[in-house]
Design a protein around this ligand. Structure first.
Ligand code: HEC
Length: 161
């Protein structure tokens, strides 16, 4: 008898855990369904919005950011060679990595918000904290200069083809 009660409570606890997980993760997972999360929903807290990029927006800094993105930063692996969110390690992620060639995304995010995500990651996604573990704070700001140049770079790459 005691054993049955024990078994029953294990079953109930299990069911409860599944239900809890479904309620917590279910709708979100279903929402993204192998796609990007809604770009209109910010990923960083409001106070990060006004933080300014201390790195000048010059061709030299964009080139440095490009190097970090494609070399030791490893961003290209998920975000793609051109930044369209289609890197080899990104296509199976759910939610999918950001597509930096999306001009609407570029418009609604501030540098401070991008910096916050590079530093803190985006909970519940493959976007981990990359700074300071992999790139320095200064390198994050340089990489952001490059991320901002991506829509133009993509356009150039596509017209040359
Ligand atoms: C393992 C895969 C992976 C790697 C590597 C990766 N990212 Fe991401 N990144 C993601 C995913 C997935 C998202 C989408 C997160 C979300 O939807 O909240 C994302 C989102 C972002 C965002 C946008 C957050 C927003 O405001 O919506 C920025 C900025 C970013 N990544 C920068 C970088 C940089 C810079 C690097 C390299 C240092 C990098 N990522 C490396 C997977 C990755």
């Amino acid at each position: 008898m005691k054993k049955t009660i024990f078994q029953l409570s294990v079953v109930f606890l299990g069911l409860y855990a599944i239900l809890y997980l479904f309620v917590r993760l279910g709708p979100q997972e279903a929402e993204t369904n192998g796609k990007e999360r809604d770009i209109e929903i910010p990923r960083a807290p409001g106070e990060s919005k006004t933080v300014k990029n201390p790195i000048p927006n010059t061709a030299e800094m964009i080139a440095k950011g490009n190097k970090i993105y494609h070399e030791h930063g490893g961003c290209f692996a998920c975000h793609g060679n051109l930044g369209e969110g289609d890197g080899p390690a990104g296509t199976t992620l759910n939610p999918r990595p950001r597509n930096f060639s999306n001009t609407r995304f570029q418009e609604i995010r501030t540098d401070g918000e991008l910096f916050w995500v590079i530093r803190n990651g985006s909970a519940g996604t493959g976007m981990f904290s990359y700074s300071p573990a992999y790139i320095t704070e200064e390198e994050s700001w340089m990489v952001i200069r490059y991320l901002r140049a991506i829509p133009m770079e993509v356009q150039k790459a596509k017209t040359i083809k």
